[in-house]
Design a protein around this ligand. Structure first.
Ligand SMILES: Nc1ncnc2c1ncn2[C@@H]1O[C@H](COP(=O)(O)OP(=O)(O)O)[C@@H](O)[C@H]1O
Ligand SMILES: Nc1ccn([C@H]2C[C@H](O)[C@@H](COP(=O)(O)OP(=O)(O)O)O2)c(=O)n1
Length: 218
């Protein structure tokens, strides 16, 4: 079984995916973390990301890291996905304002999208996958698809609890990222839409689970 959970920035995708995945005893995959990891790697190496010409050097870097035995390694832990590189957990560095500011530029590069999608499609179901285009593009034949949304204000208020920033600037940054990500963020036509602003996290997880078969007893 493949379940996709897509949605706008900070709509609750990874928290909901984590709760649902734990209830179903299956892994979840955070595709956004791979886009963030590639962005972080580019920033570390001083590669520009804001032109179409950025794609070649970025893909060269990612392939060179793989060749060297130090690839960006997504670890789909149920309590929260991590990315490791060269024996180090780099996950914390992926949720900074700097990565937020550059990740949308990286995410429009077709070669980077292929790099992410190939890694996800190589995995054996059952799993949940969360991001923007999991249900529309990467797993169009998924068994169950969800699309999460909430007002920009609600999302910003939640995000400031995770990061020491003021709510107005977080809201503006989220809206800007929604605009820049709009192309890959169109919901799959058969996705069930859920407003995460209208319930607590456990309630939203229960709403999703209500649409899914109960986990097997084994
Ligand atoms: N009802 C809710 N549904 C989803 N997330 C919620 C809810 N209430 C609070 N949150 C919180 O919102 C924050 C953003 O969620 P997150 O899973 O990081 O979103 P995304 O993966 O879409 O960026 C998290 O701290 C999460 O716990
Ligand atoms: N399937 C995906 C997942 C993420 N992205 C891009 C768009 C987002 O701005 C970044 C980061 O996504 P992530 O889901 O980690 O972050 P937010 O929930 O938006 O805070 O990656 C994408 O283009 N396609």
């Amino acid at each position: 079984m493949i379940v996709t959970i897509d949605g706008v920035a900070a709509s609750g995708k990874s928290s909901v995916a984590s709760g649902v995945a734990r209830a179903l005893h299956v892994p979840y995959l955070s595709s956004g973390l791979l886009y963030r990891a590639a962005t972080w790697a580019a920033l570390q190496h001083g590669l520009p990301l804001d032109t179409p010409e950025a794609e070649g050097p970025l893909l060269d870097l990612l392939h060179a890291q793989t060749q060297a035995g130090t690839p960006l390694d997504l670890r789909p832990l149920p309590e929260g996905n991590q990315v490791w590189q060269a024996g180090r957990d780099i996950s914390e560095a992926l949720h900074t304002a700097e990565v937020d500011a550059h990740v949308s530029a990286a995410a429009v590069l077709p070669g980077l999208r292929e790099w992410v999608n190939a890694q996800l499609r190589a995995l054996t179901p059952p799993f949940l996958a969360e991001g923007r285009d999991m249900g529309s593009t990467v797993f169009p034949h998924a068994d169950h698809k969800f699309y999460l949304h909430a007002s920009a204000r609600v999302r910003a208020e939640r995000r400031v609890k995770e990061r020491a920033q003021d709510v107005d600037s977080v809201e503006a940054a989220l809206k800007l990222r929604d605009e820049r990500d709009v192309r890959q963020s169109a919901p799959a036509p058969d996705a069930i839409h859920i407003d995460t602003g209208s319930g607590t996290l456990p309630e939203i997880i229960a709403q999703v689970l209500a649409h899914l078969p109960a986990p097997s007893a084994t």
